[in-house]
Design a protein around this ligand. Structure first.
Ligand code: SAM
Ligand code: SF4
Length: 334
C-alpha cells in the first residue's frame, strides 16, 4: 500500500485498550478517566480480522499498544493468535513495563510468555530513574515494578528491548546521562522522545518542553560530540547517534522539531474502538467498527476501507500548527 506522498504502509499499531494502570501527566493526567464501555472496544477477533486483511495488503509489522496493553484480559492469547497471522513477520509491544515481571498461571514471567508467543521487540517507557520523580510523572509508585519488568524482559531473551524516555525540562533534563548509563549497562536501546500535544495541550508548555536538539547538547556537554549514525534505522522516525568512547547508540524522536519526521512514515493506527487513523498527529480517523460489525460486509470491504484510509494519509502531522488534541493517545495507540 502506498499513499499519495510515496509513504509505503507496512506497519500497523494496534491499541488493544484505552485503560492503564498509570496516569502519566502527558497522557492521562486525570485520576478519574472516562473509559470506553466494553461493547465499544473491538473484540480480539475483530482486531485479528483487521490485521489479517491488512497483512494481505502489505502490513508485515504489528505493534500492540494502548493504554497499557498488559492490562487487557487474555492479552497473551491475542499475541498467540497474532503470531499465527500469515504475513505478519514482526510483532512488538509498547508497555510501561510494570506488568512484564508478573507471573502467569504457568509460573513464567509475562515477558517470557510474550517471547514465547512470538513477540520480537519490547518498547518500555521509562522517563526517570528516581522513584519519587517516577511516581510524580506517572501518578503511580511503580518504579521498582517497571525496572523489574525491564529485567524480566532481559531475562526472556528478546531480540531488541528499547527504552523510550519522554523529555521534560524540569523532570528528567538532569538525568539524561544516568538514563544513558542505565541503558548501556543493560544493553538496551534508549530513545529520547519529544513531548507532543497528543492528549492534552496543557502539558506542552515552555516550562516542560525540552527540544531534542537541546537534550543532545546537554548530553554532548558531558559525554562529548555525538556521532550521527544515519545507517542505523529502526522501523520508525528515530534518528540515531553514537556516544564517543563507549560506542553506545542512542536515538531521538523529535516530532516537534524534526521537519523531516514524516518523510519515511510507514504507519497506520487502529484504535481500540475500531477507528483507523492514517496519522497520529492529525484529526483524521475512519470508523472501521461499523464495517466489522455489519454482517453484509466482507473482508473485501474491509480491504477497500484500508485503501480509502491510506489514500487520505496526510503528507505530515499537524502537531506544529493547527493540531488541537481531541483524543487521548491511549485511545489512538501511541
Ligand atoms: N502504556 C504504554 C507505554 O506507556 O509505553 C503504551 C502506550 S503509551 C501511550 C506509548 C508511548 O507514548 C509511551 O512511550 C509514552 O511515553 C508516549 N507518550 C504518551 N503521551 C505522550 C506525549 N504527550 N508526548 C510524547 N510521548 C507520549
Ligand atoms: Fe499509561 Fe502509557 Fe499513557 Fe503512561 S503513557 S498513562 S503508561 S498509556
Amino acid at each position: 500500500m502506498e499513499d499519495r506522498f510515496g509513504h509505503r504502509i507496512s506497519y500497523l499499531r494496534v491499541s488493544v485498550t484505552d485503560r492503564c494502570n498509570e496516569r502519566c501527566q502527558y497522557c492521562m493526567p486525570q485520576e478519574e478517566q472516562e473509559w470506553l464501555s466494553r461493547d465499544d472496544v473491538l473484540s480480539y477477533e475483530e482486531m485479528l480480522r483487521v490485521i489479517r486483511v491488512g497483512a494481505g495488503m502489505g502490513i508485515s509489522k504489528v505493534r500492540v499498544t494502548g493504554g497499557e496493553p498488559l492490562t487487557r484480559r487474555n492479552v497473551l492469547w491475542f499475541f498467540d493468535e497474532l503470531n499465527k497471522v500469515e504475513g505478519i513477520k514482526d510483532i512488538g509491544i509498547s508497555t510501561n513495563g510494570t506488568l512484564l515481571g508478573k507471573r502467569t498461571h504457568e509460573g513464567i514471567t509475562t515477558a517470557q510468555a510474550l517471547k514465547n508467543a512470538g513477540v520480537r521487540t519490547v518498547n518500555v517507557s521509562l522517563d526517570t530513574l528516581d522513584p519519587k520523580e517516577y511516581a510524580e510523572t506517572t501518578g503511580r509508585d511503580l518504579f521498582h515494578e517497571a525496572v523489574a519488568g525491564i529485567d524480566a524482559a532481559r531475562g526472556a531473551g528478546f531480540e531488541k528491548i528499547k527504552i523510550n524516555s519522554v523529555l521534560m525540562r524540569h523532570r528528567n533534563e538532569h538525568e539524561l546521562w544516568d538514563l544513558i548509563e542505565f541503558a548501556r549497562d543493560r544493553d538496551l536501546l534508549l530513545r529520547f522522545i519529544e513531548l507532543m500535544p497528543v492528549s492534552t495541550t496543557q502539558v506542552l508548555t515552555e516550562e516542560n518542553f525540552l527540544p531534542s536538539g537541546e537534550a543532545k547538547k546537554l548530553i554532548e556537554f558531558r559525554l562529548g560530540k555525538l556521532k550521527p549514525r544515519p545507517d542505523i534505522r529502526t522501523n520508525g522516525p528515530a534518528t540515531y547517534y553514537e556516544v564517543p568512547e563507549t560506542g553506545q547508540i542512542i536515538g531521538f524522536i523529535g516530532a516537534m522539531t524534526n521537519l523531516h519526521f514524516c518523510e519515511t512514515c510507514n504507519k497506520l493506527r487502529l484504535t481500540c474502538e475500531g477507528k483507523l487513523r492514517p496519522c497520529l498527529g492529525s484529526h483524521l480517523e475512519f470508523d472501521m467498527r461499523e464495517i466489522l460489525r455489519n454482517p453484509d460486509m466482507t473482508d473485501a470491504d474491509v480491504a477497500t476501507f484500508f485503501k480509502h484510509v491510506v489514500d487520505r494519509k496526510p503528507e505530515m502531522h499537524e502537531f506544529r500548527d493547527n493540531y488541537r488534541p481531541g483524543r487521548k493517545m491511549i485511545a489512538i495507540g501511541g
